[in-house]
Ligand binder design. Sequence first.
Ligand code: 6PG
Length: 276
Amino acid sequence: MVSGRAPEIWIGEDGEALAREGVKRLVDSARRAIAARGRFVVALAGGNTPRRLYQLLSHIDSIDWTRVHVCFSDERMVALDSPDSNYRMARETLLSLVPVPPSQVHPVPTDLSVDEAALRYDQVLRQVLPQTEPRLDLALLGMGSDGHTASIFPGSRLLAGVDDDFLLDDPETGPLRSDVPTPSLDSFGSERLCAPVYDAPKPPLQRVTMTPYVLNLARQVIVLVAGDDKVAAVSAALESDARVAEIPIRAIAPVTGELVWLLDRKAGRALGSPMR
Ligand code: 6PG
């Protein structure tokens, strides 16, 4: 796992408890960010797990929503009104129900090609992130049963160099870096914040994802995992020394930020941690 602080692991009874805890942490994160820097830049997770969290969050009026900037940790390359769109899920459960200024909601431009969309979203993030210290305040992430997160799947080129034996020599691009340095703002200008995905094993095939680099610079990362089907991946992620190439979420370890895993009892079953 990339160097970083040990994660906090919270286990709740069920999906509802998980959602409530996620709301509590997000509200706290927002308050701290707005008090300290006048804005809260959050990357929302896709998939189904965050749905209930977003629904509960839509009733929260203690956040100054006019100070909130919303982006997406990944997006499927589908129309923004497609049932598969992460943006549509967030819009229906949250964004259409709270007074966040539309100009501060940044969907991935899925009407472009996947390469153009990744390049454009990289530019968008560079405009949204504070110039002084371009870091996400909070990145919400889910995890698939194969240990993927955002749209960083097992074997992804974005993971090359993190394990000491997983390198990719691509005739087109030449050898990728053999040792990924600890993420630092020093290289912000030359790093990729987003990347295209052409061959996701979880349909749809084409996606845009935030990279481990930008996620690991976040002030806080909250991973939301629920359900029996995630037990093995949770154990592999938190209690094994599996290669990052096999369990991509093991590449997510904020360098100075806080990493929090919020699990329901089913997903955390094999960890044996005390119930909350
Ligand atoms: C996506 C998500 C993906 C998701 C996990 C978990 O676009 O599919 O970003 O990373 O978070 O696959 O999905 P569920 O929450 O639906 O189990």
